[in-house]
Design a protein around this ligand. Structure first.
Ligand SMILES: [Zn+2]
Length: 263
């Protein structure tokens, strides 16, 4: 028996374009005939207001939940100022949080291999660093930073999705950010090794593991970002974001900055 994966995973909803443009703010595709035809993957309900549907679908996997939840979950809508606040604070929190998780990986790697952590440099204005001495297994300790830095945020996002937390999309963005950042940092070591990549090459001259890490993590990071724009007020969301989430992100950034400056 053969299955067509594309056919079995594609659902189409169709209704007049004008009506659907008014009733559905979620991202959509408009075909040449004027009908509003949305393509949704993996059994996820596209638009709860759609009047016609050609499918029967099973309960969607929370791991695949994307577009339909975007509009339904903007329960505290805010305008452009909140959109700017959400985007800016999410980027800032992702940058600071990425460095924290990355250095936590170094610390765990050092502790797990009998190393002694002398200090962790975490300041908003500088690139983070972990000093380990003695460091019995520097290769493991160096790799632990980017590995934990990429895996831990993904695990946090998946847990949030499984728990059906409304702000799971923020963790999804953060996980994508960490994958892209760590992947670019290590992958660039193939041509310009600095920091961890330089240390790794000193312990093991082969460059292919660095390239492999970047090849896996960077596309995966962009995959996580894909389709998330409306959460941040982009596209058909027309500037609407959850204002509570925007304020919460600002609080997170403020808390991290104050903590790093204080310690
Ligand atoms: Zn590092």
């Amino acid at each position: 028996m053969s299955l067509n994966p594309v056919r079995s995973f594609v659902i189409r909803y169709t209704l007049p374009e004008r009506a659907h443009r008014k009733s559905c703010a979620s991202p959509a595709r408009f075909n040449n005939s004027g009908a509003h035809s949305r393509v949704v993957t993996a059994g996820v309900v596209c638009c709860p207001k759609s009047t016609t549907s050609s499918v029967s679908h099973s309960t969607p996997s929370p791991l695949l939940t994307t577009e339909p939840e975007i509009d339904a979950r903007i329960t505290q809508p805010g305008g452009r100022p909140f959109q700017i606040l959400l985007i800016a604070s999410t980027l800032a929190a992702s940058w600071l949080g990425m460095q924290i998780v990355h250095e936590a990986g170094h610390v765990l790697g050092a502790w797990a291999t009998g190393g002694t952590v002398l200090g962790v440099e975490l300041k908003p204005w500088s690139i983070s660093r972990t000093d380990v001495s003695p460091n019995p297994h520097p290769l493991i300790e160096r790799w632990s930073g980017p590995l934990v830095g990429g895996v831990a945020p993904c695990a946090a996002w998946l847990l949030a999705v499984a728990a059906r937390i409304r702000w799971a999309y923020l963790l999804r963005f953060f996980a994508g950010f960490c994958l892209v950042a760590n992947g670019a940092y290590i992958g660039a070591g193939v041509v310009a090794p600095v920091g961890d990549a330089a240390d790794i090459l000193r312990e093991m001259p082969a460059k292919w593991p660095l390239a492999a890490f970047g090849v896996v993590t960077i596309p995966l990071g962009f995959l996580l970002w894909n389709g998330q724009g409306p959460h941040f007020g982009l596209g058909t969301a027309d500037g609407q974001v959850n204002r509570r989430h925007a304020v919460a992100c600002l609080c997170v950034v403020t808390g991290i900055v104050l903590s790093e400056v204080a310690f």
